[in-house]
Design a protein around this ligand. Structure first.
Ligand SMILES: [Zn+2]
Ligand SMILES: [Zn+2]
Length: 390
């Protein structure tokens, strides 16, 4: 198979799939509400001969296509949810649902996987089982975990799994890879410091939780600077610190909200232990108490070395080595696909969304997925499937 011939085949399905992308973009749906989007995905897959399974993780869809007698199974995931953002692109296909927007390009991820699905159903140059996984609620709702809990990998065994995310600022027609920890864990922590309120003029009758909270905010800064190995990565951000309503009143409580990130399980546990210890000790030293609500969010996303090397080799075959970066730095963002990678080996990779003028970062009201990236993404998914299911 010549790569030019593959590209020409993919080009025949792109106009329709770009139309699908614009339709999804116009009708964005938030986490676990992807009813119309999953209807669209399911209808298309069924029309192309996929066996379609619905309801995993609520609105999740799995399309399965078997070919030949091969025993190998591959899983490829796309996410379908939008964000609660008021779109400001001014595009002709801008969101028709005010306050909802495909500002992370999940419309593009879904349409790109559909383009590959269409192509693979037409050409059928593989031997084994292809599982296309369309998940809900990537944006904080842990839709991937819900699908796993609903028996995703028991019902649809996968020897390896793959997913991509568009990357604004990376050139069009490129793919980027990282083996090992590629994205951070992201945990959410609420801390309520309880003291004893009173009159501002007589602080000696109070136990001031605001002062204890201020001290805790500063103490938390020492976890990364003094406790974590300088060669490891960690983030402890206090994004909310609320206490008090009047200058002449000592409040009874203070509330902190933290975002906590790490690139290894060990550091993740260390941060958790230190935050609990500091909250208790700091509060106690001011005659206050602290209640810590520590909510584990997305785990560290770890790409398996073998599957990452395989995916990168397919990318190089498709695009040439100059269009493929194989050891990009990790980032402290997080991604739901990490839950799936805890159960099956695989690789999460980055698709260049363009680096020209106006190449806007995701989650920005002016962002849009670049339709010109779809050709690369779809061709990659098709070739990856053909090479994995030889
Ligand atoms: Zn996002
Ligand atoms: Zn995203």
């Amino acid at each position: 198979m010549q790569m030019n011939a593959l590209r020409e085949e993919i080009a025949t399905v792109l106009p329709e799939m770009i139309g699908v992308r614009h339709h999804i973009h116009q009708h964005p749906e938030l986490a676990y509400e992807e009813h119309a989007t999953s209807d669209l995905v399911a209808a298309r897959l069924a029309a192309w001969g996929y066996v379609v399974h619905r309801g995993l993780g609520g609105t999740g869809v799995v399309g399965q296509l078997r070919k030949g007698s091969g025993g190998k199974c591959i899983g490829i995931r796309a996410d379908m949810d939008a964000l609660p953002i008021i779109e400001a692109t001014g595009l002709p296909y801008a969101s028709q649902h005010h306050g909802k927007m495909h500002a992370c390009g999940h419309d593009g991820h879904t349409a790109t996987l559909l383009a590959a699905a269409r192509h693979l159903a037409q050409t059928q140059r593989f031997n084994g089982t292809l599982n296309l996984i369309f998940q809900p609620a990537e944006e904080g709702g842990a839709g991937a975990r819900r699908m796993v809990e609903d028996g995703l990998f028991e019902r649809f065994p996968c020897d390896a799994i793959f997913a991509l995310h568009n990357a604004p600022g990376r050139p069009l027609g490129t793919l980027a890879f990282r083996s090992g920890a590629a994205l951070a864990s992201a945990d959410n922590v609420s801390i309520v410091i309880k003291g004893k309120g009173g009159h501002a003029a007589m602080p000696h009758f109070s136990h001031d939780p605001l002062v204890a909270g201020a001290s805790l905010v500063m103490a938390l800064q020492t976890i990364v600077s003094r406790n974590v190995n300088p060669l490891d990565t960690a983030v402890v951000t206090v994004g909310v610190f609320q206490s008090g309503v009047a200058n002449n009143v000592i409040p009874a409580s203070a509330r902190l909200e933290l975002s906590v990130r790490a690139l290894s399980r060990e550091v993740r546990l260390q941060l958790k232990e230190r935050i609990h210890a500091l909250a208790a000790a700091q509060a106690q030293s001011y005659n206050c108490s602290a209640e810590v609500d520590y909510r584990d969010g997305y785990p560290v996303l770890v790409n398996a070395p073998e599957e990452t090397a395989f995916a990168a080799s397919v990318a190089i075959e498709l695009l040439g080595a100059d269009k493929v970066e194989i050891d990009v730095p990790p980032v402290t963002g997080s991604e739901d696909f990490a839950f799936m990678l805890e159960h099956r080996p695989g690789c999460y990779l980055f698709l260049g969304n363009g680096d020209g003028e106006g190449s806007c970062m995701v989650h920005n009201p002016g962002y849009d997925f670049n339709d010109d990236a779809m050709a690369t993404g779809a061709a990659f998914w098709s070739l990856l499937t053909e090479r994995f299911l030889r």
